[in-house]
Design a protein around this ligand. Sequence first.
Ligand code: DC
Length: 223
Amino acid sequence: MARVIAIDGPSGAGKSSVSRLVGGRLGFLHVDSGALYRIMTWQCLEHGVDTSSEQAVAACARGVEVECRPEDGHIAYYVGGEPPGNRIRTPEINAHASPVATVKEVRDIVTALLRSMTRFGDLVVEGRDITTAVFPDSPARFYLTASAEARAMRRQKEEVEKGIANQSAEAVKASLLARDAIDSTRRHAPLRKADGALEIDSSDMTLDQVVETVLASLPKEWL
Ligand code: DC
């Protein structure tokens, strides 16, 4: 059976960097579950769907075909044969992703896709409900967090470096807090620390320290 390391936490807590590095160290494939919610959001916007209509969002999501392929240590996604790239990282997608992710049918589609990925091998899966709903039985579950200021600074730097946007740290913080509020209060699979998950506050930690903390907490036979 494939082994799964599950990492949840709010936006900008460092889940992607940590998951990539942990996956690289162990030879586990990195899975970015947020990208799947972003793909659903992008497709809704492309098709002119009103993202405040649950029915319209669900109908659109049912028609989205995402091809998943293991590539360079991660699971890559293709829609219509193309990788979505930075089209799913814009401020517009940021603003619509949380409402889309509240829709139960969208969550069911993404959850089924994520569970099916164990066919590719061992995984490090990051998201908001991986430890609570998608892989709640994994013996390696983490809740990664950081102060809102630290998270906003990291996200803003990343957006500028990748040429995605040039927003102020304040604007990034406001958008990130708005998403966290929706993600943690929604009815289906809200963001919360799972019982038994190890909480790591990365505000004053280096990336390496977080990676080492995760590795040190894994079942010994996984190393
Ligand atoms: O991690 P991210 O910012 O790329 O996530 C995009 C959106 O998807 C965000 O609003 C949270 C939501 N999400 C979720 O509800 N469940 C997950 N497992 C991953 C992301």
